[in-house]
Design a protein around this ligand. Structure first.
Ligand SMILES: Cc1ncc(COP(=O)(O)O)c(C=O)c1O
Length: 378
């Protein structure tokens, strides 16, 4: 399990560390008062503290169903299972598919790669380009694995987004090969311009579409879900039941109450998009000023800017950065075989503008020193 770097960060960060490392939302934007109101309302009824059903609280499943149907993705409450975040959805699915082969993006989400390893899935990484996965390589790989894990919207770690054309190509391949797609979509609401159509909408019977309230509301709720065809979902219920009987009932009831006013939810996610888009612009302005050699793609949403510093080992750089009170995640951590060491992931949602400027100035200084040392050694 590739946890050592994350552990190292946790051991070395203090409250003064400027962290571009985590995928943390901005706490100032949590809908804390509205959730408090919902919590107070829900706790007015002692029933909210009772055991619930494994598939999840039906009123909440109905509301999630409504979110799909208003986007034209035909869904019923039978297609939804509530999970403890997308992380548990991935755990359940990878336990069910244990020891199978799976096509993944390279680089990919560390938390998924770890689960695939734990459940002995044989990972087949395929290069991820700025506009989505390499289609020819995906087709070859998928013809063998028949199972794929993709993050098409504002991917973690790269922030890349699939074009509509690539989405359609993936759907065609999965259909032709009669396989299954796991589409991880925790960032989908965080688009800056327009919402993308999910690949799963083109493949309703051959996909697991994974959603989460972690980024759109708050991660401590630990609420996510799987949207899948009933025949795909049913076998997973036994795994879910064995793991925790059901997800946190109080959280489910609170979010259900909060979503009763859909307008409130929609204005909240609109605010997040506006504020994160601004934060990304600020981050980009400072990046261009302070670290102009960083090669990166401007994200269309999400939480990350991913880039490359040619000729530099970012895993060495981060050790110096940590000592100076700044941290990021070196790209190497997101590669299955850790084959690249000149990339880095920067989170733009959590720090204030002041912290971003200070953190990037420190990084720029350390980077210049590293370039100088490299030149001398050459
Ligand atoms: C791609 C991806 N999938 C899943 C998760 C886990 O999300 P959740 O908080 O819903 O468990 C994350 C968290 O950052 C993520 O980046």
């Amino acid at each position: 399990m590739k946890r050592s770097f994350i552990r190292e960060i946790l051991e070395h960060t203090t409250s003064d560390t400027i962290s571009f490392a985590g995928g943390l939302p901005d706490e100032k934007l949590f809908p804390h008062l509205a959730l408090r109101e919902s919590a107070t309302h829900v706790l007015g009824d002692a029933k909210s503290l009772q055991y619930g059903t494994t598939q999840g609280y039906l009123p909440l499943r109905n509301k999630i169903t409504h979110l799909y149907t208003t986007e034209g993705f035909r869904t019923t409450a039978d297609n939804i299972m509530i999970t403890s975040g997308v992380q548990q959805a991935l755990d359940i699915i990878s336990r069910y598919h244990h020891q199978e082969a799976i096509t993944t993006e390279s680089p990919s989400y560390l938390g998924a790669m770890n689960l695939f390893d734990l459940n002995q899935l044989e990972q087949h990484p395929v290069t991820l380009h700025r506009d989505g996965i390499d289609i020819a390589a995906f087709e070859t790989s998928f013809s063998q694995t028949k199972l794929a894990y993709l993050i098409p919207d504002f991917q973690n770690p790269t922030g890349y987004t699939y074009t509509q054309e690539k989405r359609a190509q993936i759907a065609r391949i999965v259909k032709e090969q009669q396989g299954i797609l796991i589409e991880d979509a925790p960032y989908s609401e965080l688009y800056f311009k327009e919402k993308n159509q999910s690949i799963s909408a083109l493949l309703p019977e051959q996909s697991f579409h994974l959603g989460s309230f972690s980024k759109a509301l708050a991660p401590s709720l630990r609420l996510g879900w799987i949207r899948a065809d009933k025949t795909l979902l049913e076998p997973l219920l036994a795994y879910k039941e064995a793991m925790d009987l059901h997800s946190n009932g109080l959280s489910q009831a609170i979010v259900d109450h909060y979503l009763t006013d859909l307008h409130q939810y929609r204005s909240h996610t609109a605010l997040l998009r506006k504020m994160y888009s601004k934060k990304m612009q600020v981050f980009k302005t400072y990046l261009d000023e302070l670290l102009p050699t960083l090669e990166y793609t401007i994200p269309q949403g999400g939480m990350f800017i991913y880039g490359r510093l040619p000729g530099i080992s970012t895993s060495a750089l981060v050790k110096h950065a940590l000592k100076q009170g700044v941290v990021f995640v070196p790209g190497r951590e997101f590669y299955y075989k850790q084959e690249r060491d000149d990339e880095l992931r920067l989170n733009f949602t959590n720090c204030s503008a002041k912290e971003v400027y200070r953190g990037l100035s420190i990084l720029a200084r350390i980077y210049k020193q590293a370039c100088h040392t490299n030149k001398k050694a050459a």
